[in-house]
Design a protein around this ligand. Structure first.
Ligand code: ADP
Ligand code: ZN
Length: 435
């Protein structure tokens, strides 16, 4: 089902016109109301009048996470606090969190973006959407909550954690949709299957909206099978309001980006030049509707590519490929670039393994070490090396061929790897403490 056909299926020429109008307005506001943007544009010698259409976007300065930190908390705000209705902040792994503030309209647009994703999963009145993203400063909980509200669905704000109670309510209330991180969805699926109290056969789940961290096709299949649902990707970031910057349609073939609100570009992170259409690079967004904290050419550090071919669903909104990871999640091990999501992709090819893993990287005698903890599912698990070997060897070979380096794999007993209720932590890089 399409939530807003007029926008989601708008002819591309018309969309460019809309984007142009909105960009001109956004740039003018940024220049006049936010000293940071005036300074940056003056440095580049760009005036708001130089921006006459969306084609002029490359004249504008980039904004980075460091800029947001320097302008913490409210220096990038373009409206007085009397116009603001909400403040959110991302976890911010180091230092100060990233802050976003919202006017009434910003909140409306944000939930519209989420509603478009949920509509693709046919969510509407009568649906019970269990929101197991964390509620609080994190945008996941309230973002999914308000999106479900726009669809006229029942909001079930369980938040993240308290897993046993979650699955009980899921069954007793008859939740039809689940919104959470893919890691937590996996944890819930596992709890359901291990439970004596609930059974997936007594549940009414049919759709899952998973995001806030990278996940793979393998993980999708696993979740769809275990939870008896169709699993949709939902993408977003605090800097662009939160989840619902885009999402998958019923064809699950790329994540549509809501380009009327966020203009996407892909750049080469080294040269900062746009890549050729369809090539991989860093995703950059310019907000086209945000009032409280408009943002110009924000470098997300997310690595992906854009797909411009029309989608079978009829939406004209551009699609993006799965996010490989953030550039800061990329590990360089023995000179080879490794994304944790590649390990997940390998792992999920082998049904005997759980999709849980933990990578430990270290440097010993000037050489990088790459240790990988994985879990075998119950009937296959054994402490005996000769019983582990038939499972271990194919996984090892697959990782060597796909990633290009040799892992030191350790098979752990069931439940040994930590389960996450939010964004999973997959890596410990001990080299960081040695430099
Ligand atoms: P934090 O920076 O603290 O993680 P956010 O919740 O704002 O805070 O995180 C946004 C980031 O989460 C995105 O930039 C992206 O890296 C990741 N992300 C969000 N949704 C997805 C998704 N569907 N697939 C992959 N990565 C995602
Ligand atoms: Zn589509």
């Amino acid at each position: 089902m399409i939530h807003n056909p007029q926008i989601e299926c708008m002819p591309r020429e018309e969309m460019r016109k809309l984007q142009s109008e909105r960009l001109i307005k956004t740039v003018k506001t940024c220049y006049e109301k936010v000293p940071f943007y005036k300074r940056k544009m003056d440095e580049l010698g760009v005036k708001p009048e130089d921006i006459r259409s969306i084609d002029d976007i490359s004249k504008l300065p980039f904004t980075t996470k460091y800029d947001l930190r320097d302008e913490y908390p409210f220096n990038l705000q373009a409206v007085p606090m009397t116009d603001v209705r909400r403040i959110h902040a991302s976890s911010g792994t180091t230092g100060k969190p990233v802050v976003d503030t919202y006017t009434e309209n910003d909140l409306k647009n944000w939930s519209e973006g989420v509603a478009r994703v949920m509509a693709a999963g046919d969510i509407g009145p009568g649906d019970i959407v269990q929101v197991s993203y964390g509620y609080g400063l994190f945008t996941g909980g309230l973002g999914a909550h308000e999106g479900a509200a726009v669809r006229g669905a029942v909001q079930l704000p369980t938040s993240a954690g308290n897993t046993e109670k979650q699955i009980m309510l899921m069954q007793d209330f008859g939740s039809t949709a689940l919104a959470c991180t893919p890691s937590y969805a996996m944890r819930l699926a596992e709890a359901i299957h291990n439970s004596d109290v609930v059974s997936i056969d007594n549940m009414k789940l049919r759709a899952g909206f998973f995001g806030a961290e990278p996940w793979t096709e393998g993980m999708r299949h696993e979740l769809e099978e275990k939870l008896h649902i169709k699993a949709y990707d939902i993408y977003g970031l605090t800097e662009m309001s939160g989840p619902g910057v885009g999402g998958e349609c019923e064809y699950q073939d790329g994540t549509h980006l809501w380009e009327d609100m966020f203009y996407p570009e892909i750049i080469n992170p080294d040269t900062l030049e746009p890549v050729a259409p369809g090539e991989f690079g860093e995703l950059v967004f310019t907000s086209l509707c945000k009032e409280a904290m408009p943002i110009l050419r924000y470098r997300t550090r997310d690595l992906t590519r854009l797909i411009y071919e029309p989608c079978r669903c009829g939406r004209t909104a551009v699609r993006m490929d799965r996010i490989l990871g953030r550039s800061d999640d990329m590990l360089i091990i023995r000179g080879v670039n490794v994304f944790p999501s590649q390990i997940e992709a390998c792992l999920t090819e082998f049904p005997a393994f759980q999709p849980y893993y933990f990578i430990t990287v270290d440097r010993v005698s000037n050489e990088d070490t790459f240790d990988l903890d994985v879990e075998l599912k119950l009937p296959y698990f054994s402490y005996a090396p000769e019983k582990q070997m038939p499972f271990l060897k194919p996984l090892y070979d697959r990782i060597v061929s796909m990633v290009g380096i040799k892992p030191n794999i350790h098979i752990q007993p069931p439940m040994a790897i930590e389960r996450s209720i939010g964004k999973a932590k997959h890596v410990l890089d001990k080299r960081k403490f040695k430099d």
